[in-house]
Design a protein around this ligand. Structure first.
Ligand SMILES: Cc1cc2nc3c(=O)[nH]c(=O)nc-3n(C[C@H](O)[C@H](O)[C@H](O)COP(=O)(O)OP(=O)(O)OC[C@H]3O[C@@H](n4cnc5c(N)ncnc54)[C@H](O)[C@@H]3O)c2cc1C
Ligand code: SF4
Length: 565
């Protein structure tokens, strides 16, 4: 476990992890490498001969979402030859992103994944994205920082895990991201430590649901604040892009932002990476990761527009998200010595509470990610570990109708009758901590997908801690809506974001990567995405994924520099 005192001083890497892998240990000690290991056969059926791509590049990045794009830009800016392989297409927001949620389903990862457990996770649009920009193409762009104690759950509660990096180490990256992405938010921010710099843009206007939440929360004594959101409240100059236009309050952030006001990766880090020479290859689905006899990664095999190709590389950055990253590791029998790949699967309790108001709300209008309260971060009357935040929500009609059908078990005429109230409905939701549990994990199923690869199966059962948190949060949210004057209040049970399936830690005994994102047992493999989180954090994940991504790139570059000296 981290030494708290040292961590609080913000010293980088206070404790050296004990290196488990003999090869890596020999390399670090500058000794001759141990005898060659037998390369492991990949379980892919009928391997085909693929011609090696002529050039070996410095780095291949797999996946261009919140984890892949920031480090891609950083590596390209350092002058490295980088290739990015992204399974999905490269969209033109102005042409491709319609104000029509049904037309935008292509933004989600729609390949079938299997869900098991007592609380099977909804996949597809409740989960990960596909395309140059990954899930940031459809995220709501809430970008709060975690509070410092979010990273120390075990220290404070004796359960869950502590992070091997401190808040102080991540802080410069949060600041850099807020300024670079043009995050709109309040200054000063009401929760957490004093900040060196405020948000670069003023908060976005509140939609009706957020205004009603302010009304109710004030009456029950809960503080609220306009949220930090990575949509621009004013025009903003972006390096590598030029001027980005302000948010028009259209409210369809989860269907893709047509004017680039929302800081998805395709309008921020990716143009920057391209400007510095990164080679982006969309529609490139990686299936195999190849190694030499010493266990070093030598390249990847991918399918682009039906053609199988190989790209050789000196270093691999795996950023395929918390489902596809462990799946690729399991498929290729890579980085498995800790036994933790696919384990520790967590999902944020994301309970939503809806109410009906006499006044018109029009819940699909205005920025959906507008209001936050972190007063419930560690509630005093809690009977659970960790805590949660409260956020107002904007809902699109088709998505909402699906939730009503599932949550209220309404169908046919009763569903139509309820949906006639759509313009009078407002919602609040939580995001809370989730503890890792042996019953919650990802594995490869026997069932194959269209590519002939085993589908991932995710097991998730909310444990006592999550259930108690949900009960506390439901009571809190119901009291807010009652105070705001809502009727017909109901709760929709929901878990969002898959987290922690290739976690970081101090030792290869119980973690897949170290604090710098480097695999303990494969020296030239780095992971940067939602899978490396040791705990769920009681905030939305994207800002922290990006912060870790930049930090991983910086640590890698420092290491390369030391080698060159
Ligand atoms: C509806 C919705 C709203 C959300 N709103 C918010 C929010 O307001 N704030 C927030 O912080 N978070 C939000 N999130 C969550 C957030 O978007 C994700 O947690 C985050 O973007 C995940 O980043 P990642 O890098 O781990 O994965 P992703 O961003 O999903 O990137 C992974 C990329 O890898 C690619 N890939 C996968 N496998 C392969 C392969 N084999 N070969 C090549 N490429 C591959 C995928 O196509 C994808 O582009 C939301 C999520 C959803 C579903
Ligand atoms: S509400 Fe603003 S950020 Fe969201 S899609 Fe519309 S313009 Fe983009």
């Amino acid at each position: 476990m981290p030494d708290e005192e040292v961590l609080e001083e913000g010293v980088l890497n206070p404790i050296k992890p004990e290196v488990q892998d003999p090869l890596l240990r020999a390399l670090l000690a500058d000794e001759p490498a141990p005898a060659a290991a037998t390369p492991v056969d990949t379980p892919l059926e009928q391997p085909q001969a693929v011609e090696p791509e002529a050039d070996e590049v410095d780095c291949v990045v797999i996946g261009l979402g919140a984890g892949g794009a920031p480090l891609l830009a950083r590596l390209a800016m350092a002058g490295l030859k980088v290739v990015a392989l992204e399974a999905g297409p490269w969209h033109n927001p102005e042409k491709d992103f319609a104000t029509d949620e049904r037309a935008q389903d292509f933004l989600f990862w729609n390949d079938e994944r299997l869900s098991a457990g007592h609380d099977p996770l909804a996949m597809g649009k409740n989960n990960s994205g596909m395309g140059v920009g990954g899930s940031t193409l459809h995220y709501t762009a809430y970008t709060p920082r975690p509070l410092p104690d979010d990273l120390s759950l075990r220290r404070d509660f004796g359960r869950g895990e502590d992070w091997p990096v401190s808040y102080q180490e991540l802080e410069p990256y949060y600041e850099e991201l807020e300024q670079f992405l043009g995050i709109s938010g309040p200054t000063p921010y009401p929760w957490g430590p004093t900040r060196r710099k405020g948000y670069p843009l003023a908060p976005l206007p509140l939609n009706s649901a957020a205004q009603l939440m302010v009304r109710g929360a004030e009456k029950v004594g809960i503080r609220t604040s306009p949220a930090a959101n990575a949509a621009l409240s004013g025009r903003y100059y972006q390096e590598g892009v030029g001027w980005r236009e302000a948010c028009t309050n259209r409210g369809f952030c989860q269907a893709g932002c047509f004017n680039g006001a929302k800081a998805s990766m395709d309008v921020t880090f990716i143009p920057l990476a391209v400007k510095h020479g990164a080679d982006i290859r969309p529609n490139s689905f990686v299936t195999e990761i190849e190694r030499d006899a010493r266990g070093y990664i030598t390249g990847v095999v991918y399918t682009q527009n039906g053609e199988q190709k190989r790209q050789r590389c000196r270093h691999l950055f795996l950023c395929a998200g918390s489902v596809e990253t462990p799946r690729l590791l399991l498929l290729n029998e890579l980085a498995l010595t800790s036994g933790q790949v696919g384990k520790n699967l967590m999902a944020h309790p994301g309970l939503q509470v809806f109410g009906t108001f006499a006044e018109e709300v029009r819940p699909n209008k205005g920025i959906p990610g507008g209001l936050i309260s972190q007063d419930t971060h560690r509630p005093q009357d809690a009977d659970f570990a960790g805590g949660y935040l409260l956020q107002s929500i904007g809902v699109m009609p088709v998505t909402f109708a699906g939730q009503v059908a599932r949550g209220r078990k309404l169908w046919g005429q009763p569903l139509r009758d309820y949906m006639r109230n759509f313009n009078h409905i407002a919602g609040i939701n939580i995001l809370g901590d989730c503890l890792p549990h042996a019953d919650n994990f990802l594995e490869l199923a026997e069932e194959k997908d269209a590519r002939g690869l085993p589908k991932p199966r995710l097991h998730f059962t909310a444990q006592e801690n999550e259930q108690r948190m949900n009960a506390h949060a439901e009571k809190t949210m119901r009291s807010i809506w009652e105070a705001a004057g809502a009727t017909d209040i109901w709760a929709f049970q929901r878990y969002a974001h898959v987290i922690g399936t290739a976690r970081m830690g101090l030792s290869g005994d119980d973690a897949v990567v170290d604090a710098n994102g480097r695999a303990f047992d494969v020296p030239n493999l780095y992971i940067a995405d939602n899978s490396v989180f040791p705990s769920a954090l009681s905030v939305n994940p994207a800002l922290t994924i990006m912060a870790l991504s930049l930090r991983t790139a910086d640590k890698f570059l420092e290491q390369q520099q030391r080698r060159d000296v």
